[in-house]
Design a protein around this ligand. Structure first.
Ligand SMILES: Nc1ncnc2c1ncn2[C@@H]1O[C@H](COP(=O)(O)OP(=O)(O)OP(=O)(O)O)[C@@H](O)[C@H]1O
Length: 314
């Protein structure tokens, strides 16, 4: 498909009041298109509404209002096709300990109505690196293997869209790299659209071509990762002086200065207010000889903090 894998219009969700808890409006009118073939990051602070959004896509939570189409199928008009187009790897390790990986994948395929002749159990086992453990009880699998099995379960019906909710939370570096390699391969070789949430912003920056940020149930940014980072005006210049300098020099414009423990001087400024050349000149004019210069560019974490930190509570 060219175009959008997911189209969301005016999506709201209010969880009903329960006990002493008042109703909670978790999504407040989200409009969001996710291009087919992309690796798309859905980011937001805790409680922003990411899981609610993902669970609505997965058909696990009922929306309050709005329109959701998955792979061109409107959830309300074609619920079966829209559900068949998406696979979800959930956050929790909810795996039946008495099933073997092979049995777990077979049962999942059955739930999705995949006929026996069309099952790809062996291929999925291979893709997630669990061929050797295919017939071991799940209770004997390590945490990392269970997580891979969850990924496998999301793939049995060969969905066009794969949603990963915090796929690498609490996972060691080796497994994390393996999961990402798997996910990249699915995206590149099979054109699977990947939507993921992660708390590791470095990972999102590396993996995702496009990113949406939600906060308090509202979409506050949606752009290519590079454009989002490009919005940040701040830049830091790090200067290693020849010899020791007691304190950073005075600067001509609003520039934040600091002296790092290793003796480096750092200058943070808005690129729109002062040029790097002017900062360097001010340092030289203060009689400081420069041994080395480096710059630190903003990253996705800076963007995330800038966008989400100054919004009040819902
Ligand atoms: N079943 C529920 N009943 C009532 N309120 C809920 C329910 N599920 C979520 N909420 C509330 O809705 C809001 C959004 O929650 P959600 O889990 O979607 O956020 P999130 O962005 O996924 O957060 P996290 O990163 O912590 O998983 C939160 O205030 C949460 O407490």
């Amino acid at each position: 498909m060219t175009g959008n894998a997911i189209e969301i219009e005016g999506l709201t969700k209010t969880y009903a009041a329960s006990g002493s808890q008042p109703p909670k409006q978790a999504l407040k009118g989200i409009d969001l298109d996710i291009p087919a073939g992309s690796i798309f990051g859905l980011l937001g602070p805790n409680g922003a509404g990411k899981s609610t959004l993902i669970n609505i896509l997965a058909g696990l939570v009922l929306k309050t209002s709005g329109k959701v189409s998955i792979w061109g199928f409107d959830q309300d008009v074609n619920p079966r096709q829209s559900r068949a187009s998406i696979g979800v790897m959930p956050q929790e390790l909810n795996i039946d300990p008495f099933f073997t990986p092979r049995a777990a994948l077979e049962v999942q395929a059955g739930l999705y109505g995949v006929p026996k002749s069309q099952r790809v159990t062996d291929r999925v086992l291979k893709a997630i690196g669990l061929e050797d453990k295919a017939d071991a009880y799940a209770r004997n699998l390590s945490g990392g293997m269970r997580r891979r099995l969850l990924l496998g379960k999301a793939l049995v019906h060969r969905p066009q869209v794969l949603v990963l909710d915090e796929p690498t939370a609490g996972v060691d570096i080796e497994l994390r790299q393996m999961l990402w390699a798997n996910i990249r391969r699915l995206n590149e070789e099979q054109g699977t659209t990947i939507i993921l949430t992660t708390h590791y912003l470095e990972e999102a920056q590396e993996m995702c071509g496009e990113i949406a940020i939600i906060n308090h149930g509202e979409l506050i940014a949606r752009d290519s990762t590079s454009a989002l980072i490009g919005r940040m005006d701040a830049k830091t210049l790090v200067i290693q002086p020849e010899g020791e300098v007691a304190a950073p020099p005075e600067m001509p414009a609003p520039v934040e200065t600091c002296l790092r423990p290793d003796g480096a001087l750092c200058f943070t400024y808005r690129r729109s207010e002062i040029g790097t050349g002017a900062v360097i000149e001010a340092v030289r004019n203060a009689g400081i000889s420069i041994r080395d210069i480096a710059t630190e560019e903003p990253n996705l974490e800076d963007v995330f903090v800038a966008l989400t930190s100054h919004k009040g509570a819902a």
